[in-house]
Design a protein around this ligand. Structure first.
Ligand code: ADP
Length: 480
């Protein structure tokens, strides 16, 4: 492999290119007209403008990407996450053009891209699943009967859903019919597929996922878990590895279940098997993500492995050269997703110019960044600016490193989730490891953040005033 095209943008494009360069392979970036000066463009050996900012004209334009790859004699395409990374049709086309797709085969993507097909595929492997329907359901009467049997509250989920979208919690039978027709029409609009199914709503779950890695020679290992329970709108904001609550025995059990899920769809490459863990330590299979995950750096910290390097080696047909017993957990790592969102206003997207943008540096701190000072944050793409990752020998050390890094991260011009991160890492329940996916609903009050910001602004003004008075005195000194 001499040249790899990274079909993505932002922090993940840059992060992938760093490993590609390290391996002595040339990099090709693609970019939209909105990203002309983005770091992933300047970092690449070659860069090609692919179209207008709107994703369908640029980062989702598979035909054009393949054309560019052929023209520049690219050997392989790395899709990153999002955009075309889980598009089975794109993968087929890449392969048909004799280009290597750095990821699984299109068949595995097709199965795991549908939550219903995924459940069907793993059902013979003795994997615990959330009680619910195994098939798409359209008949409201039948669905109501099933919901009653499962017991309320239930979740209506879109089979093609993703990114926390397409889910509805239904508290009781009276609401069921109306919620179901809304869910079907939403799923049809958002995903072009109206299939929905019903799951028991687990009351206080923790989101625990297992990273797996499988080579094309039939060898699959897991790289332990990540806990991703700190979420807003069913989407992750803070992740950690390892989880504060998994015993070694439970870790082994979940790891083995994840490997079975991977084998059920003949998986090759890096993948993530997501589970919910209830308050009595029962775990249930949720879905499998067939790509590199946003939060993969915490796994890299605790295992010392470069996941992108492993992906590339697997895509070259090499053996993993790793046995399960060789992989060990060392230390603890956290990731805070730095989103351009306003945590004081329902985490709504925040757009504008990055007037000040200074990243923290230091031992045990990693910033996977995708933007520059002066950049315009637009509405076109996912609002993830960067990921702040902190490591420590223990969970407490990692928390301390994360807090120092958040304080040293300076962003002005737009709102971000940094302040929310500060809140979480100070929260007693979080620090004790005593939390679940309801953390934001239970503990987070924007008011606290607001008051804190005001206190800090006041303090900064007082310090400035004191300095001003001191300066005045010094200026007057010669005359006195
Ligand atoms: P998506 O594909 O949209 O990310 P997932 O099925 O992976 O959807 O679920 C995302 C999040 O939604 C989970 O991490 C969890 O917080 C919540 N969730 C999903 N299913 C359930 C359930 N049955 N009970 C309670 N919470 C759930």
């Amino acid at each position: 492999m001499k040249k790899i095209l990274v079909a993505n943008r932002g922090e993940i494009a840059l992060r992938i290119m760093k490993t590609v360069k390290k391996m002595g392979i040339k990099t090709v970036a693609i970019y939209s007209t909105a990203d002309r000066e983005a770091p992933h463009v300047t970092y690449a050996d070659e860069a090609v403008c692919i179209g207008e900012p709107i994703a369908s004209a640029s980062y989702l334009n598979g035909d054009k990407i393949i054309k560019i790859a052929k023209k520049l004699q690219v050997d392989a395409i790395h899709p990153g996450y999002g955009f075309l990374s889980e598009n089975a049709e794109f993968v087929k086309q890449v392969e048909a053009n004799n280009i290597i797709f750095i990821g699984p085969k299109s068949e595995s993507i097709l199965i795991m891209g549908s939550k219903i097909a995924a459940k069907e595929a793993v059902k013979h492997y003795n994997i615990p699943m959330v009680p619910g329907t195994k098939e798409a359901i359209t008949d409201v009467k039948e669905a109501t009967a099933i919901a009653n049997k499962i017991g309320f509250p239930v979740l209506i989920k879109a089979s093609a859903g993703g990114g926390g979208k397409g889910m509805r919690i239904v508290e009781n039978e009276h609401e069921f019919e109306a919620q179901m027709s809304r869910a079907i029409s939403e799923a049809t609009h958002a995903f072009g597929d109206g299939s929905v199914f019903i799951e028991k709503y687990i009351a206080s779950p923790r989101h625990i996922e297992i990273q797996i890695m499988a080579d094309s020679l039939g060898h699959t290992v897991h790289l332990f878990e990540r806990e991703c329970s700190i979420q807003r709108r069913h989407q992750k904001v803070i992740e950690e590895a390892p989880s504060a609550v998994l015993s070694p025995a439970l870790r082994d059990k979940m790891g083995e279940a994840a490997i079975k899920v991977a084998k059920a769809c003949k998986y090759i490459g890096a993948g993530t098997v997501e589970f919910l863990l209830d308050d009595t330590n029962n775990f249930y299979f949720l879905e499998m993500n067939t790509r590199l995950q946003v939060e993969h750096p915490v796994t890299e910290y605790i295992t010392g492995l470069d996941l992108v390097e492993l992906q590339i080696k697997i895509a070259r047909g090499e053996s993993l050269n790793l046995i399960q017993a060789d992989i060990e957990i060392k230390g603890h790592a956290f990731e805070l997703r730095v989103y351009a969102e306003d945590p004081l206003n329902d985490f709504l997207p925040s757009i504008g110019t990055l007037k000040v943008y200074k990243m923290p540096e230091g031992n045990n701190i990693r910033v996977d960044n995708g933007v520059n000072e002066g950049a315009e944050v637009s509405i076109y793409y996912d609002p993830l600016l960067s990921k702040l990752i902190a490591y420590g020998d223990t969970r407490e050390d990692a928390i301390l490193n994360m807090q120092n890094a958040i304080n040293a991260y300076k962003i002005e011009g737009i709102c971000t989730t940094l302040g929310f991160g500060k809140f979480v890492f100070q929260n007693a329940a979080f620090r004790e490891g005593n939390f679940d996916t309801n953390f934001v609903n239970i503990y987070y009050e924007p008011k606290i953040l607001q008051e804190k910001a005001e206190r800090e602004a006041k303090l900064a003004a007082l310090i400035a005033l004191k300095q001003y008075q001191k300066d005045l005195k010094q200026v007057r000194l010669p005359n006195s």
